[in-house]
Design a protein around this ligand. Structure first.
Ligand SMILES: [Zn+2]
Length: 176
């Protein structure tokens, strides 16, 4: 276990202190760091109807608003010594702007790095923008003759595209 940079810990602690979590009493702070070193902080924001905003989502919103689009590092700090990992929704949000080398670090309130993840270890075989690009290529493929379509829900072109696109392409449920 290592101690994070003190300036970063100070930012996270300030952000944690600004969190609005009157219902769960579980404040969370996140900092998104871009490849150029710029950092964007966010805390969780709860609402009486219980559809609040996670700290990671707040920080990503600030990052996007500033015109940034790529995550180099993600830091998440919970209110104690437990492992306050990003929720499922936030793993997908982080995935949207992550690269294979993005590091996701979960810190204790004391500033210790409890665990470091890669995107693939945090959300294995994730669905991402690449999959949608592959579907666009599929849709741009000319349709096979009607006789071929009659016997199969998905034409062989789909299988071909799946094999030649991202190695993370998921098994397509129902594909022949
Ligand atoms: Zn979340």
């Amino acid at each position: 276990m290592s101690q994070a940079d003190q300036a970063l810990v100070d930012t996270l602690l300030t952000t944690l202190g600004n969190a609005y979590a009157p219902y769960s009493n579980h404040p969370v702070a996140a900092v998104m760091e871009c490849p150029d070193g710029q950092q964007f902080a966010g805390s969780n924001v709860e609402v009486a109807h219980y559809k609040g905003l996670c700290a990671e989502a707040s920080a990503i919103s600030a990052m996007i608003t500033a015109g940034q689009r790529e995550l180099a590092k993600v830091y998440v700090m919970g209110p104690g010594e437990h492992l306050c990992t990003p929720c499922g929704d936030c793993r997908q949000r982080i995935r949207e702007f992550a690269t294979p080398s993005t590091q996701i670090m979960v810190l204790s309130k004391q500033g210790d790095v409890l665990k470091t993840y890669t995107m693939d270890s945090l959300l294995p075989d994730a669905f991402g923008p690449e999959q949608l690009q592959a579907v666009k290529r599929f849709l741009a493929t000319p349709a096979p003759p009607a006789a071929t379509r009659a016997g199969a829900l998905f034409p062989p072109a789909l299988r071909s595209i799946a094999q030649h696109s991202s190695p993370q392409w998921p098994q397509y449920p129902g594909a022949p």
